[in-house]
Design a protein around this ligand. Structure first.
Ligand code: NDP
Length: 448
């Protein structure tokens, strides 16, 4: 290793890259990181973190309305988007500083520029400077996919949504996955007229059907429009700055903003992967083994650029496992089973394990328990929104193989429920636990 400038050169300082670099350095490695944008990556700078802050901000629209039913005299309220936006971006700056500090505290050298692999162990920075390293880690993440059709350049993605000058009066969101449903809720609560369009007739593929249906029903009741089986034909800009969107199977729609939330694609361009001999799959994701090793022995890849599970906590685990394996003398792989996840829609959805349909296919005999209830707070608030919890069990053993929830605080409740599912507990174990009354989560131990 002494023959190289560094033991490890990481390209990309997102959640995965930062964890891998910091832990490798703690194991004694000499580490450098190149980041062309801002330390923190998608999650911290333009993803999970600022999005969650907007979700909190958006929820006040309903909270203020509900408060009146709880006796509060709320005068007419006005929402100031610019204030929220700037507060959120201010906090992003703070976190960006903390992430940078973490790397520096561990003696990791940061190059704020683009890096390309130019030789077996060589990296060239955009300044022209060349560096060598024993190992190279690619952790460049993914970026929004924008479909190609006339006028697509008139739309934005979630990257730009955090920087808008104003909340658009009418917004069309393309896609029906995580980002589309989260931003549909955010924009709607901030007063925009929201239409969500998708190429298929499903939203949130991968989540339990009953929950997806419930979100659709609640979203429609809130006033969000849906257009399914719709593909873009073109977008035209009108004289007044508005946009007319032409799509298959539906009338043209006039809006003020189009936002694409149609999946994310791995960032592999310009990295020199071809020349280095690093294999990618048909979706341009880097192919890796269970230890995150690519087709080249000393080049590894983690996170969204590998397209395994596109979630921050997974990228962090991959980064940790890589550093422990290569520099800590403790070979480690990531366990991808039972990964809990959540969609911060209004109301949120959360799930872990098998959906009812998956369990039926895989196990045959299953038992399904549901609780369909109106949360106490919604009753007083005259909010006709029902929560739905579902527990899926293996009929042969009673083991809980999946839990799925839609309702207030579902992601908070799910994190703990996921421990039980991961541990292989049974329905009887849940039933043996005394309820905390009155809560929503007590439904999980009272299911009949
Ligand atoms: P998703 O994969 O969740 O959803 C993509 C949506 O776009 C689907 O509705 C899909 O339709 C549609 N779509 C995909 N490709 C095309 C295409 N070529 N043309 C038209 N429509 C298309 O992606 P997102 O962009 O919402 O989010 C990206 C990833 O980021 C997520 O998969 C998730 O892993 C992560 N994420 C996680 C969050 C969380 O944990 N809360 C929050 C935000 C993002 P169809 O259903 O027909 O396939």
């Amino acid at each position: 290793m002494a023959e190289y400038d560094y033991d490890l050169f990481t390209i990309g300082a997102g959640s995965g890259g930062v964890r891998a670099s910091r832990v490798a350095a703690a194991h004694g490695a000499r580490v450098a990181v190149a980041e062309e944008y801002r330390v923190g990556g998608t999650c911290v700078i333009r993803g999970c973190v600022p999005k969650k802050m907007l979700v909190y901000g958006a929820h006040f629209a309903e909270d203020l309305e509900d408060a009146r039913h709880f006796g509060w005299d709320i005068p007419e309220c006005r929402f100031d988007w610019v204030k929220l936006r700037d507060n959120v971006l201010g906090d992003v700056d703070r976190l960006n500083g903390l992430y940078t500090q973490t790397l520096e505290n561990h003696g990791v050298e940061i190059f704020h520029e683009r890096a390309t692999i130019t030789g077996p162990h060589e990296i060239t920075l955009s300044s022209g400077e060349r560096k060598t390293a024993g190992y190279i880690l690619v952790a460049t993440g993914a970026r929004p996919h924008v479909p190609s059709f006339p006028g697509h350049e008139l739309g934005i993605t979630s990257n730009e949504a955090f920087h808008l000058d104003a909340i658009p009066r009418r917004v069309l969101i393309a896609g029906a996955g995580y980002i589309a449903n989260e931003f549909a809720g955010i924009f709607h609560e901030f007063g925009a007229r929201v239409t969500l369009m998708n190429r298929s007739d499903q939203l949130l593929r991968g989540y339990d059907e009953a929950l997806r249906d419930r979100l659709l029903q609640i979203s429609i009741a809130k006033g969000i429009d849906f257009r399914f089986q719709a593909a873009f034909e073109k977008i035209e800009k009108n004289r007044d700055g508005s946009l007319t969107v032409f799509m298959t199977n539906h009338d043209p729609l006039e809006v003020d903003c189009v936002m694409f939330a149609t999946g994310r694609v791995p960032n592999i361009e310009g990295l020199g992967l071809d020349a280095a001999g690093v294999a990618v799959n048909e979706g341009n994701a880097i192919v890796v083994d269970a230890y995150s090793k690519t087709s080249v022995d000393h080049i590894y890849a983690i996170g969204d650029v590998t397209d395994r599970v596109q979630l921050t906590p997974v990228a962090i685990r991959e980064g940790q496992a890589f550093a422990d394996t290569v520099f800590g003398g403790k070979p480690a792989t990531v366990d991808y089973s039972c990964i809990p996840s959540a969609v911060f829609s209004h109301p949120p959805i959360a799930g872990v394990g098998l959906t009812e349909a998956q369990a039926r296919n895989q196990l045959g005999a299953i038992e399904v328990y549901t609780s369909d209830f109106r949360p106490m707070k919604n009753v007083v608030a005259h909010r006709n929104e029902r929560a739905l919890y579902k527990m899926v069990c293996d009929a042969a053993t009673g083991r809980v193989v999946g839990i799925h929830m839609i309702g207030p605080d579902a992601p908070e409740i799910m994190q703990v429920a996921a421990v039980a599912v991961k541990a292989g507990l049974t329905k009887a174990d849940f039933d043996a636990t005394v309820a905390i009354h009155p809560t929503m989560s007590e439904e999980l131990v009272l299911m009949k």
